[in-house]
Design a protein around this ligand. Structure first.
Ligand code: PHE
Length: 470
């Protein structure tokens, strides 16, 4: 996707509901084409789930205590989106808006894999799995078990590949490899390889499949990127480009009435009528607002299921993961309820640093979300200590945690569609003069790119119609 521009000028008025990434993108693109936009936002800030927390911020939750963020200068926590794949339209907006980006280390072979109570480096887990898989397949090939599928040339080529893939010995056995890593790395001496590997049975029993295939996904591409200084740079630049005077915060919408010649939107303290409306609120929130969309649309809005998601930022006074573990960015994958630990991909070798101590969803997120911030931290530290030892607890400076299902006006990390059925496609088209937009309307649920793609689709449809009736 290149730069996006609506062709020709528009003059209609548009009320945009929600100043998250979808709402801001819609208002930005409509504004570029000359439309008169007003953005209504229920919370006190723009950005929605694009939230970066820094020292001095205060985070509130539904039915829970507020958390005061105490991070030191330069330390930030992307509590929502944190990584961008290069093919995503989010990159185009970073470029267009002049937002500097830097590499986000998504895959780091030096990070850990923690399964069944044991911790190994990602590179060790890969070397052993690849090694044994290669050995089994090479032996089956060599013994002729695959002859119905393979020609003689195929067999030679496959064996040649498997020798490299698994770093196999002369008899096609996996006997360990320096790919597993070293306890002392080579230098003046030859280094000391990590003891092992365990036998095939134990390596299979470790169950590292999910952990070592994460970056196989097209969405978790390597390399990924992040805006320098925090993901909310995208929000700041979009907000500026839309114009602060066009955005009304603290305006919780109470009714949406689709009329023959316009749309009337009321909020606590005001009301306005515009030619069109772009509604970007989460579907489960939108469904509960008084409206006249009709039964089919209401049912469709109630179809996607909100999913709980949570993260905790753990600030340390010393970057021990760099100094001691030699982990510079990346992710440790676990089978614990914390799921992942993210190491920061910025300010390497600085004094302080911030880890993401859990990033989970569904049941695990619900479990943490139901706890007080202190209990979340306590639980996250107990889990992380299993991987990193006592310093994980003793060297902590401060923390802040978010449970997205407990965020006012959002009530979820993202949604899950039971199936991408006719409800999904119905909402991709307008209901009268009301257009819907949000990551929830795309196959990129839980990505800013989804919010942006869907905003582009909504404003394109709106613009074509406005041009026809002008
Ligand atoms: N985009 C989010 C991430 O990077 C979450 C997510 C991805 C959720 C894919 C659902 C599917 O982890």
């Amino acid at each position: 996707p290149g730069d996006f521009t609506l062709k020709g000028r528009g003059a209609a008025s548009v009320v945009v509901l929600g100043a998250g990434v979808a709402g801001l993108t819609a208002a930005y693109e409509l504004g570029k084409a000359g439309y008169d936009c007003t953005v209504l936002e229920a919370s006190g800030r723009t950005g929605g789930r694009n939230l970066t927390l820094r020292g001095g911020d205060r985070l509130t939750e539904l039915n829970g205590p507020a958390q005061d963020v105490r991070f030191g200068d330069g330390v930030y926590f992307n509590a929502g989106p944190g990584r961008i794949a290069p093919w995503m339209v989010t990159m185009d907006y970073c470029r267009e808006l002049g937002i500097p980006i830097e590499t986000f280390v998504n895959t780091n072979a030096a990070a850990y894999v923690h399964t069944n109570g044991r911790t190994v480096r990602n590179k060790t887990a890969r070397a052993d799995m690849y090694g044994y898989i290669a050995e089994l397949l090479a032996k089956a090939t060599h013994q002729g078990s695959l002859d119905r599928r393979l020609t003689k040339d195929d067999r030679e080529r496959l064996l040649e590949f498997l020798r490299r893939f698994g770093d196999l010995g002369p008899r096609l056995a996996y006997e360990g490899s320096e790919r597993r890593g070293f306890t002392t790395y080579p230098g003046m001496g030859g280094g000391t390889e990590i003891a092992g590997p365990a036998g095939l049975h134990d390596v299979l029993a470790a169950g590292v499949g999910r952990a070592i295939t994460n970056d196989f996904g097209y969405d978790q591409a390597t390399p990924m990127f992040q805006p320098v200084g925090g993901m909310d740079a995208i929000v700041a630049r979009l907000t500026e480009a839309v114009g602060r005077d066009r955005i009304r915060t603290g305006a919780r919408v109470t009714s949406i009435t689709d009329l023959e010649h316009g749309v009337t939107v009321a909020w606590e303290g005001g009301e306005l009528t515009a030619d069109f409306c772009v509604a970007t609120l989460p579907p489960h929130v939108l469904a509960k607002i008084s409206h006249n969309f009709g039964q089919k649309v209401t049912t469709a809005l109630k179809t996607p299921v909100p999913v709980a998601a949570g993260k905790i930022g753990l600030e340390y006074g010393r970057r021990w993961w760099e100094l001691e573990d030699r982990i510079y960015g990346g992710v440790t994958e676990t089978d614990l309820d914390i799921t992942h630990i993210w190491y920061p991909s910025y300010d390497y070798h600085a004094q302080r640093g911030l880890l993401v101590g859990y990033y989970n969803s569904d049941e695990a997120a619900q479990l943490y979300g139901a706890l007080t911030p202190e209990d979340r931290r306590h639980r996250a530290l107990t889990q992380g200590k299993k991987i990193h030892g006592e310093k994980y607890r003793s060297e902590l400076l401060s923390s802040v945690s978010i449970a997205w299902e407990r965020q006012p006006h959002l009530q979820g990390g993202w949604v899950r569609w039971p199936s991408f059925d006719s409800s999904f496609t119905l909402l991709q088209r307008p209901s009268g003069r009301v257009y819907f937009a949000g990551d929830w309307l795309t196959h990129l649920v839980a990505w800013q790119a989804g919010a942006m793609e869907s905003a582009r689709s909504a404003v394109t449809q709106l613009h074509q119609r406005a041009a026809r009736s002008a």
